[in-house]
Design a protein around this ligand. Structure first.
Ligand SMILES: CSC[C@H]1O[C@@H](n2cnc3c(O)ncnc32)[C@H](O)[C@@H]1O
Ligand SMILES: [Zn+2]
Length: 431
């Protein structure tokens, strides 16, 4: 057995308490062996002055959209997608998606993210990037059937299922998959009914956008006479293991339904604020027992992939939404970004305890903006940023040591992304 000891720091425990101690990792199994007083180990990572916390989980995003960061801002969702993003995405080839995914992975590893969910196209490229980077992911091909004829719509759904079957268990088990219809309004009912059933047979969960804007909710209510999540339930969505992004405009009955079905919600506060989509009822969801995770969404609506920002935004926006300063406290924000995310994606990560996946972030607490330390959890939610992360570990392997991301030549990744992004923007302008 090869072991790694993260030594000399403090450790964030699953109950949100913090105690001094080491974390000992079995690198062959990729699991945590012990927490507390340990010694020995084949490799030691210094954590003096640091807090060892579970690796952050970015439970909803579109990694390759890093290429479109800053390409189109300051519009609401519908106009932003239709006028700017979808035309640009029409110009993305597999090598562009690989370049964008590599950039996203460098950014996520740098800021302590060890697992993420991704809905996009050219998924084999995203899977190859994940394999090389060493992180954990639940990947899927995003399906859109509006504007397509029946043959194209079926092919798009079949691609999503094929990709889900082919890549499940890839990268030594670090990649899992899902069938990913884009949303309840961009995929036709007949396709949802048919292909959700096939996803169940293939034993893969379903991930989709839901209740993000009023413009998306109102037509469903007007045309079907039911709330969107009731419609989702009626076509077979919302089973245990399924997770939807946003849920901003969810009413009390829909929240109850999510809790009953054990379906998770991924809250994306920065994207919801930037697109002025609304304020998700996060406090009500958590009080109802819904699993709530955090996501950045794509870098074009955020505009970064730093989950420390998401924790702060979730806590602040949650208070504003509930009109209550006690709503979504620091512990809740940290829980959503760690255990909540891992539960939503079905990974045994997000908690530092023996037997769990050794997915960890080591945060340097010696910076001026983290001084003094009255409460580590308060600093994680309200004061720390991704650049405070010193080491990142996933599946027992060190992905970043002393702020050096090991699997990538960062300068090359940035240069390639810059070149590819400029070429995509030029092609999109010419269309
Ligand atoms: C079909 S692949 C995924 C698809 O989703 C688009 N997207 C990015 N951000 C959002 C959002 O906030 N709501 C809905 N759809 C979004 C992305 O550009 C891809 O086309
Ligand atoms: Zn999204």
């Amino acid at each position: 057995m090869t072991t790694l000891r993260i030594a000399g720091g403090s450790v964030l425990r699953p109950d949100m308490s913090v105690s001094e101690g080491d974390v000992l990792v079995d690198q062959d199994a990729g699991e945590i062996l012990a927490v507390g007083d340990t010694d020995g180990a084949d490799e030691v990572l210094d954590a003096d002055g640091c807090l060892v916390m579970p690796g952050l989980v970015n439970a909803h995003g579109h990694a390759a959209m890093t290429l479109l960061r800053g390409y189109a801002d300051d519009k609401p969702l519908g106009a932003w997608l239709q006028e700017d993003i979808w035309p640009a995405e029409g110009e993305l080839g597999p090598e562009d998606v690989r370049a964008g995914a590599d950039l996203a992975l460098v950014e996520m590893i740098r800021s302590g993210t060890t697992a993420f969910a991704d809905m996009y196209f050219h998924v084999p490229e995203v899977a190859a990037a994940v394999d090389e980077a060493g992180v954990r992911a639940r990947l899927g091909h995003g399906v859109v059937t509006v504007g397509k004829d029946e043959e194209e719509a079926i092919a798009d759904n079949e691609e999503s299922l094929e990709v889900a079957r082919e890549f499940d268990g890839d990268a030594g088990g670090r990649i899992e998959t899902a069938y990913m219809p884009h949303s309840l309004t961009t995929v036709g009912e007949e396709y949802l009914r048919e292909f959700v059933a096939q996803a169940r047979e293939a034993d893969v969960p379903v991930h989709f956008h839901a209740n993000e804007t009023r413009d998306e909710v109102d037509p469903i209510v007007d045309e079907r006479g039911v709330r969107p999540l009731e419609y989702a339930d009626s076509v077979g969505l919302l089973e245990d293991g399924d997770f939807c992004a946003h849920g901003v405009h969810s009413d009390a009955d829909e929240i109850e339904l999510l809790a009953e079905r054990d379906a998770a919600v991924v809250h994306c506060p920065a994207s919801n604020m930037k697109l002025a989509s609304g304020m998700a009822p996060v406090q009500q969801m958590r009080e109802a027992g819904v699993t709530v995770a955090l996501g950045t969404d794509g870098a074009a609506s955020n505009n970064d992939l730093d989950l420390f920002d998401e924790m702060r935004d979730a806590a602040m926006l949650g208070k504003l939404a509930a009109d209550d300063a006690a709503a979504v406290p620091a512990e809740a924000a940290v829980e959503m970004a760690t255990a909540g995310g891992a539960d939503a994606l079905g990974f045994d990560s997000g908690r530092i305890e023996p037997g769990a996946n050794a997915d960890l972030a080591v945060v340097d607490f010696t910076a001026p903006h983290l001084t003094p330390v009255h409460d580590h959890v308060s600093h994680l939610a309200y004061a720390a940023t991704g650049s405070d992360v010193r080491h990142t570990i996933c599946d027992g392997s060190v992905l970043m040591r002393d702020r050096d991301v090991l699997a990538f030549d960062e300068a090359r990744v940035r240069e390639r992304a810059q070149q590819r992004a400029a070429a995509v923007a030029e092609r999109a302008r010419d269309v």
